[in-house]
Structure formats: C-alpha cells, structure tokens
Design a protein around this ligand. Structure first.
Ligand SMILES: *Cc1c(COP(=O)(O)O)cnc(C)c1O
Length: 448
C-alpha cells in the first residue's frame, strides 16, 4: 500500500487543529501506551484509512511542543518559514557530504556557516559544520582541542594525562565526551561558579596551575553561553585571556543562548566571543527552527580538516574539499539541517532575527517582573536570562510540575541550584504573547 500525498496534508491539518483544541496533550502513562494505542507491527499490512486513523490517535496523545502551554524544555514553538525549509529538506532528501549529491544545498550551508562566523567575529580562515545536536558540537570541539594540543594523538592515541575544565553548571555532554575521546572522566576539572551561575576565573587559574604542577596537560576549557538551569553566561573575554597564556583551546557552548549573537542589543552577553577557538549554537533553541539545527564554527579551519578529514575514494569523486562538506563532519550521510535556518533567516533578514531574539528577552523580563513583584513567589533566577526560576507559596515544586502535567494544564520542569529546587520556566518561543505568560501563572495561582 502506498500513501497518497494528499494524506500528508490531511494529517498535518489534523495535527494543527488538534493542538489548538488541546494545547497540552491528554496525559497517557508510559506503561499504558500499548493498551491505548495501536503501536504493534503485525505480519499483515493494514489499509490506508486504518493507518491514518491510527496515526491520528498517536498524534493526539503526543506531547505538543509548539503551543503556548509548553515551557518545559530549551526548545519550543513553531515558525512556519523554518518548518517549510525542513519539510523541503525531507522531501528532497539530499546528503550533505558531497556537492555532487547536495548541489546548491552546499552553498546554503556555506552561507549559514559564513554568516555565523561573521556574527562571532572569526576571521578569514574560519569554517564549521552542522552536527546532530549541541552535544555533538561539544564533542567535535573537544576532539579538535585534543588534536591541536598533541599532534600525533590521532595516530598514537592518548599517552599522557590531559585535563579539561568546565563549570559545575555546564551541560552533562562535557562529561560524556571526556570519556568518549579517551581523556577520561577523572581528568575533568569542575570550576566553581558564583551566585549568578557564572564560572569563576580565579578558580580556573588555580586548577590549571595545580594540574601543570602535577605533570598533566590542560587542553580544553568549555564555557557556557546560557547554562542549562539558570541561563547564565560565563565570562568569555577574561577566560580567553587566561587560556591564551597557557595555550588552551576555549570552546563556547552556546547551545541554549548563543542566539544572542543575532541581536546587537544582547551581544554583550558573549563579549570576547571572537577570541574563542570554537563556538556552537542550537538554532532549534533560541532561533526557533525544528530540531535539530546545531552549528559549530571555528577560526581554525585547518584543525577542522586535521581532526575529521578521512580519505574515501568511493565518495569524494568530484569538486574540491570546500564543497564536499563530509570532509569536516563526524558523520558520513548527513541530513540537510542548514535549509531550515537559512529559510527563516532569508525570509526575515538580519533584522527579523534580531527582533525575534529581542522579543524573547522582553518576554522573559515580563515573566521575571511578574513573579518578582508578587510576594507569593520566590525568585531564583536573574535577568537577563530566558530561564525564569521561581516557587509559588509553599507548594512543593515537584508536586506542582507533575500535577500541571497530569492534568494537562501546562508543561514545565524544575531545576536546582545550590540547595534550592524551583520551577524552571523556559521562554524560547518568540510567538508567545504576554497574555500566554499571565495565563500560565494564573493556572498556578488557581491550582489546588
Ligand atoms: C541543549 C544543550 C546542549 C545539548 O544540545 P543537544 O542538541 O540537546 O545535544 C548542550 N549544552 C547546552 C548548554 C545546552 O543547553
């Protein structure tokens, strides 16, 4: 049985209507899914109508991330230009490794990478790639740093203790990556953070000096632009100056809030970013594209090739390296993730992207002011940040988040900092209205 293409539109329309009617999907417990939905695959085919009806049931019970009730994760919302780009990427189904197979899509990825390099302030020899997620970008940065520090590590493997530095509030992928690249988790140094969640440079220096005195080789410092819990920004300029003295690679993990680069008004939050050795950003977080669209750029184009270019005569048969993007990727076959960002960026221009970013900060300030001015709330986050962290009266945080979810009121998560646990409301959907934010708070206030 072949599904006719008009059914694509039918299902899309169903989805849009369904999420409007039920902005939070009815809760279905993980252990009940198989009883409620027809998930099991059988020997016999089923007819098209049964399949479509089954899919509609599944859509109805799937969490809705594009609606005004979703504050749960560092992504959310839906922008039609970016969705169009992504739908085309699926239908065209190119693979980004060669010009022969991706054609003009290579130029689209070039343009996106070049524009991001320009926003960062990297000079002529900069380049980058698009990876399946921010964790992968961090992994690639870590590999480049390792290979840049010890040139024969690629052939000989790691023979000395190499140490890496990241704040205690950084993303867990750094830990995972240290294990993956053979450096080992014990060689991670967790740098203390201040009360705002920012890495403390003097502690970093202390740790580096201690490691050097013990014969270790410091090779990588990870900084975060938008930490996962508080949305804090590490001091990039100061740390780059320190790193320069010790010849250590600095990566800026901007997965969450690297999008500030698109705004003249908020760029100062990543001051000094042009001094870094690599930078990554998830366009599927602040910039509102569908998952995933993760960009990694570096001013050291040569290092990108040194670490990731492997010979493959059966693949690279036409055009020069610059057009065969597989040469700088961890992957072989690779999805066209550039097109969705390019489509929305092209449609809105730099100005429209800046408006989007500024809007997010405006909305999060609105939410922050709301809780900060109401004595029933306790506030735990700081401005400017897209994470607004708070508790309401003395209602247990975990209980409240789960109750909102189980009763299909709203999707929001909780986080902890120091010894406090609080609701973490994330504002990354630029299509939200202030009334949506007020309505979220009023659900909490009327909750029994
Ligand atoms: C989301 C996030 C990541 C991971 O990105 P994925 O695309 O989910 O792999 C890494 N670092 C930070 C700071 C993040 O917010």
């Amino acid at each position: 049985m072949k599904i006719d293409t008009t059914s694509w539109l039918e299902l899309m329309e169903f989805l849009l209507n369904n999420e409007e009617e039920h902005p939070v999907a009815p809760h279905l417990s993980a252990t009940d899914v198989d009883q409620v939905l027809d998930i099991k695959i059988d020997d016999e085919p089923i007819d098209q109508q049964d399949l479509l009806n089954g899919l509609k049931e599944i859509i109805s019970h799937t969490p809705k991330t594009a609606t005004s009730k979703f504050f749960n994760q560092l992504f959310g919302g839906r922008n039609s230009e970016a969705v169009l780009g992504d739908l085309l990427a699926i239908a065209l189904n190119n693979s980004m490794y060669t010009y022969k197979v991706a054609g003009p899509m290579v130029s689209i990825e070039h343009e996106v990478l070049q524009q991001v390099c320009q926003l960062v302030g990297y000079k002529d020899d900069s380049f980058g790639t698009i990876a399946p997620g921010g964790s992968m970008c961090n992994l690639m940065a870590c590999i480049m740093a390792r290979d840049a520090k010890i040139h024969n590590v690629v052939t000989e493997g790691i023979t000395q203790k190499m140490t890496l530095y990241t704040s205690e509030d950084s993303h867990y992928s750094i830990t995972k990556n240290a294990a993956i690249i053979g450096v080992g988790i014990n060689q991670i140094r967790k740098v203390n953070t201040d009360s705002f969640g920012r890495l403390i440079p003097s502690h970093l220096i202390e740790l580096i000096n201690l490691d050097i005195s013990m014969g270790c080789i410091p090779f990588f410092i990870n900084l975060t632009a938008g930490t996962t819990v508080l949305g804090a920004f590490d001091p990039i300029k100061e740390v780059c100056e320190i790193a320069n003295k010790f010849n250590i690679w600095v990566h800026v993990d901007g997965a969450y809030c690297g999008g500030v680069l698109w705004s003249k008004k908020y760029r100062h939050l990543v001051e000094g970013i042009e001094l870094s050795d690599s930078f990554s950003v998830n366009a599927h977080k602040m910039l509102g594209t569908p998952l995933t669209c993760s960009i990694l750029v570096t001013p050291h184009k040569k290092q990108l090739y040194n670490s990731f270019d492997t010979k493959a005569d059966y693949l690279y048969q036409t055009d020069t390296d610059d057009f065969n993007l597989g040469k700088v990727s961890l992957q072989c076959g690779r999805r066209n993730d550039a097109l969705k960002l390019w489509t929305i960026w092209k449609a809105r221009g730099h100005k429209g992207m800046e408006t989007m970013v500024n809007r997010l900060f405006e909305l999060s300030k609105f939410a922050y002011d709301y809780v900060n001015q109401n004595s029933d709330y306790t506030v735990y986050s700081y401005q400017p940040s897209l994470s607004v962290c708070f508790n309401y009266k003395n209602i247990n945080t975990e209980y409240l988040c789960n109750a909102l979810y189980l009763n299909s009121h709203a999707m929001v998560g909780y986080g902890s900092y120091n010894n406090d646990t609080f609701i973490r409301m994330i504002i990354v959907n630029s299509n939200l209205q202030k009334k949506d934010i007020v309505s979220f708070f009023s659900v909490i206030e009327h909750f029994e």
